[in-house]
Design a protein around this ligand. Sequence first.
Ligand code: SAH
Ligand code: SF4
Length: 372
Amino acid sequence: MNLLDFDLEGLAALCEGLGEKRFRAVQLFRWIHQKGAADFEQMSDLAKSLRGKLAGAAEVRAPAVISEHVSADGTVKWLFDVGAGNAVETVFIPEADRGTLCVSSQAGCAVGCRFCSTGHQGFSRNLSTGEIVGQLWFAEHRLRQTLKLPVGDRAIDNVVMMGMGEPLQNYDALVPALRTMLNDHAYGLSRRRVTVSTSGLTRMIERLQRDCPVALAVSLHAPDDALRDQLVPLNRKHNIEELLDACVRYLPAAPRDFITFEYCMLDGVNDTPEQARALVRLVQGRVPCKFNLIPFNPFPASGLRRSSVDRVQAFAQVLQAAGIVTTVRKTRGDDIDAACGQLAGEVQDRTNARERLARQRVIPIAERGAAA
Ligand code: SAH
Ligand code: SF4
């Protein structure tokens, strides 16, 4: 039994099951998450009898680290072994005012977006709660050591579920992991500083609102269904209308009063001023939102190119002129392949994604009239 699999409620139930008082769980939770302890003998204020029971039945175990790479800009990328030939990546991005951890939720991803290296690798399996929380547990305590932080300071105060995988397709493991991130006896992160990024599973967005509302980022990538169907195959099931409705319904319970739309800028595919105007028409007066434009990070099999700086600027200006706050994401850690969409880990694919995606080509705008 791995104690990283439990949120506080789960741990309390476990303590009860062992014939202990529920409040023991708070002490245990603090030792594990605030102090990074994995050895029950270290947990000096826990009764010896409880320590004995735990040592016999439980462990605190993050996935094993295969490698650690540090970029020239301070970004750190870890590769974690999650068994059976699968490995996932986690990235720490230091900024002047905060430290962000980009966490993976699945070994691979079944959504299969055209421009995403994880999507091209296919899908192996969902991560467990312990494997999701374990990335934060390991990174936080490792960074405290390597950055030599004063006692009480934390390295990570912002978590984005933007690593490998579609978090809302691993909902049951995700929610306890989010609760642990938010809990004051663990990492105590603000709801505004825990972001779930999704390619648009509308029903799951509704459940998240009820179970654990955190900041929401939605990967939009196209202003119309014809193009989004090609880029984000899930759109064929949950189209843009349905997605925007889900966003509007999410907001009343959300910790922020806007949705962040992510938009990966692909040269000649989704980056024209006309498409920017179409986006404005789509969201204006309907969804309070911000746009985050992500210049495409190429990988060999994609067959796609990054939009030029001028194109990205012109696109941003159209949105900004309409009063929509728009930022262009800085590429961090690209010397160690840690930038958005470059996380690849190691995936024992069970879905033939590579072959499937290789057959599908995105039709550039210039050719679209002819194809219609
Ligand atoms: N599955 C979730 C979260 C992981 S991806 C989602 O799709 O939202 C995190 C972000 O990186 C998404 O917005 C995704 O579209 C973007 N992304 C994926 N591949 C990319 C690439 N090659 N270049 C730039 N951004 C990419
Ligand atoms: Fe999956 Fe997100 Fe990549 Fe799409 S962009 S394939 S949803 S990880």
